[in-house]
Design a binder for this molecule. Structure first.
Ligand code: AMP
Ligand code: MG
Length: 308
């Protein structure tokens, strides 16, 4: 999943639990990684314009959730974004800015409204050759949910799953205190590495940032979260964090809010019943929505007074 994963667990079966949780995350990645030609998602994409593909219940469910948020955000999140991801190749091709024509061509193939999910058959169909599914904005959150579930099956009730921008806090620390989770400052070169600290118990935190995968050309930063309405990296947000209890949903929403921007994005997140959403704009303003979390500390003295 293109990231470093660390799992910390306590308890008599902690060692076995951690191995099993890693195996589980690997299993999910193998199902859902579009870059792996043997994955279910790659198989769906290979059969675009050819035939519907029957998939596992979990891939089907995550696609359903992704399609739901594609619809709710009217395509700011678009689970069929794959042609844009491939065209830009952020993190793969060096400093490649596609031409307007190339972007227009790719955009013709990005349209969640054409995705056919057949509940009865548990099948997925992309009707046009060249279309493609990309679960890069959702699968890590789902994998982290599964890691947490496996840890709990082993009786672990104190653990931390850290998968890059995706965190799961299981129970409390062995000393009985809540886990203290730092939300990364999107511009650490401005002085502080941490934007805010949240003491957390049985919560997931997911952050989408423009600093995760990007390149700079002529002083412009081109990152990996695209606005499917323009075909360019989304503007207006540099970091979006969702705090909640469902990692898959929080992951989808972090990407969605990033693309939609503070106003529309936070409204959508709040409607979705998440615990908290925190957005940072390019001028380093912080906007939040959701429940009051009095224990959350903003490191640079930012105030939580800017709720939308
Ligand atoms: P995240 O870091 O969770 O925000 O996910 C970013 C990843 O989601 C990218 O690397 C792409 O694979 C995928 N992606 C980029 N833009 C979008 C979008 N507008 N809708 C859905 N997925 C996207
Ligand atoms: Mg995401």
């Amino acid at each position: 999943m293109d990231t470093t994963i660390t799992i910390t667990a306590y308890g008599p079966k902690a060692k076995k639990a951690v191995s099993a949780a890693f195996a589980e995350m690997r299993r999910v990645a193998d199902l859902m990684n579009a870059n792996d030609p043997a994955s279910e998602v790659a198989y769906i994409n290979q059969n675009a314009g050819i035939k519907p593909v029957k998939v596992s219940p979990e891939t089907f469910e995550l696609l359903k959730l992704s399609l739901h948020y594609s619809q709710l955000s009217v395509g700011a999140f678009d689970v069929t974004v794959r042609p844009l991801v491939e065209l830009w190749g952020i993190g793969k091709k060096d400093n490649y800015v596609p031409s307007k024509e190339e972007i227009q061509q790719a955009l013709k193939l990005v349209d969640y409204r054409k995705l056919v999910l057949n509940d009865q058959e548990q099948s997925v169909f992309l009707p046009v050759k060249g279309m493609g599914i990309d679960l890069g904005g959702a699968a890590k959150g789902y994998a982290a949910d599964r890691a947490r579930a496996v840890l709990q099956e082993y009786g672990v009730n104190s653990a931390l799953v850290d998968a890059g921008g995706n965190i799961w806090t299981v129970g409390v620390r062995p000393d009985g205190e809540k886990w203290r989770i730092g939300i990364r400052h999107p511009r650490p070169e401005m002085g502080s590495k941490i934007l805010a600290v949240l003491p957390a118990q049985d919560l997931t935190l997911v952050t989408s940032g423009d600093y995760e995968r990007y390149f700079v050309k002529d002083d412009v930063r081109y990152h990996h979260i695209f606005d499917p309405r323009t075909g360019w990296p989304a503007q207006g947000v540099i970091s979006a964090t969702i705090v909640g209890t469902n990692g898959a949903e929080a992951d989808i929403l972090s990407t969605t809010v990033f693309v939609l921007g503070p106003k529309k994005g936070l409204a959508l997140a709040a409607e979705s019943g998440i615990t908290k959403a925190i957005v940072v704009t390019p001028d380093l303003q912080v906007f939040t929505a959701g429940r009051d979390l009095p224990e959350m500390e903003f490191v640079n003295g930012e105030k939580e007074g800017k709720n939308q």
